[in-house]
Design a protein around this ligand. Structure first.
Ligand SMILES: [Mn+2]
Length: 394
């Protein structure tokens, strides 16, 4: 018999699906949160009968289990740990450890892609197009490459994973990988995925109007209360408001908070680390400590949300040669224009500010950070220009 202990996310379950494709009824699969894996490993090692071959995928064990697993291996136990997280690289010291973050071609790996390689190389599983396509979708989702490649199918595979129970997902995928030549969603799945996409879009649109700007140290954060769709929300709000260093998502009922950024020069794992949490450079989280509560809940609760930029303009456009008009809550008007030598300057209520910017984007970032100004609608812009002409002709 084989036993596979894996993570309970799409990449981890991808491993379980491959194991079942390869070993059929000969494998027992259990999915774990990061916290529960060590208990499962202990249970396996405490068991008198240790004839099963053990696979651990997409997760790594604590120090004590590491020692015990090595003893198990030295005593003749069959064991293979396959992972792609940087933090697990030290397991490569062991014969039973196989941790690869990036393959020879420089492609980021996932646990599912590593297990697929392992199973096909050891002739446990025959290579096929449909399985390879599935593995690649999981890999792109898990490494976030789907975003850059705009691989909607990878994003939707993960959405489907969250819409159905794990057992059901596993069953459907196994059936598909066993019987189809290529990977695709069926008509019913496409319909529920479309409905889900619409729901997310409406949710994000609402949240966009609730985002609060907060200066934290030298950085500007966007703060929003939300319980669902944290990655989609962090990503969309980040792109919508590039003047913000990162987005803080507060889940009050879970007493947790998430940090997301779209900027390469911002590391939100450091921000989360300040509050005792951690994660990746672009996505991190922590539980809501008193300090975090004070800073992000108490100090922002009375603040007004960021005003959105006008969306359907034809004249008042960003980086336009006619100038671009913004307004803020104090009813100050800001005209952003290019100078003859390709620099950008800001007029505040007709008075030129001292700052000179090398790009429109830099000027807008300054404007939004310091004045929370927004792009006004065409009507306001046209009226402003007419008054300006009248002024000048006086
Ligand atoms: Mn993974």
């Amino acid at each position: 018999m084989y036993k596979l202990l894996s993570h309970n996310d799409l990449d981890g379950v991808g491993c379980g699906i491959l194991a079942k494709l390869a070993f059929g009824n000969e494998v027992e699969v259990r999915y774990n949160s990061i916290g529960s894996l060590n208990r499962e490993v202990e249970r396996f090692l405490d068991n008198k009968d240790k004839s099963d071959s053990l696979f651990i995928t997409d997760l790594s064990v604590n120090e004590e289990n590491e020692k015990r697993l090595h003893d198990f291996y030295l005593a003749g136990g069959k064991l293979q740990l396959i992972d792609h997280h940087k933090t697990a690289l030290s397991f490569n010291e062991y014969d039973w450890g196989h941790v690869v973050v990036e393959d020879e071609e420089g492609k980021l790996t996932s646990a599912t892609s590593l297990l697929y390689q392992y199973l096909t190389e050891n002739q446990f599983l025959e290579a096929s197009d449909v399985v390879e396509e599935f593995v690649e979708l999981v890999r792109q989702y898990d490494t976030w490459e789907w975003e850059k490649n705009e691989n909607e199918q990878a994003r939707r595979l993960n959405a489907l994973f969250f819409l159905v129970a794990i057992d059901e997902f596993e069953g459907t995928m196994l059936e598909r990988l066993n019987n189809n030549e290529h990977f695709s969603f069926d008509e019913f799945e496409k319909r529920i995925l479309d409905m889900e996409d619409n729901k997310i879009e409406r949710y994000i649109r609402r949240k966009r109007r609730e985002l609060i700007q907060k200066k934290v140290g030298n950085e500007y954060a966007g703060v929003v209360f939300a319980e669902s769709y944290h990655s989609e929300l962090g990503n969309e709000l980040g792109k919508e408001y590039p003047h913000l260093s990162y987005i803080v998502i507060l889940n009050m009922s879970g007493r947790r908070m998430g940090f997301r950024t779209i900027h390469d020069d911002v590391d939100v794992s450091e921000v989360a680390g300040h509050f005792g949490g951690g994660g990746h450079a672009k996505a991190a989280g922590c539980t809501m400590t008193d300090e975090a509560y004070k800073r992000f809940v108490e100090e922002t609760f009375q603040l007004e949300p960021i005003h959105e930029d006008a969306r359907r303009n034809h004249y008042n456009l960003k980086a336009s040669s006619f100038g671009t008009l913004y307004r803020n809550r104090m009813d100050k008007k800001f005209l952003l224009t290019a100078t003859n030598d390709n620099a950008w300057v800001i007029e505040k209520n007709g008075v030129l500010l001292d700052e000179v910017f090398s790009s429109f984007q830099d000027a807008e970032i300054f404007l939004k950070r310091n004045y929370e100004a927004w792009l006004v609608r065409d009507e306001v812009f046209v009226k402003f220009l007419m008054e300006k002409v009248k002024e000048e002709n006086k």
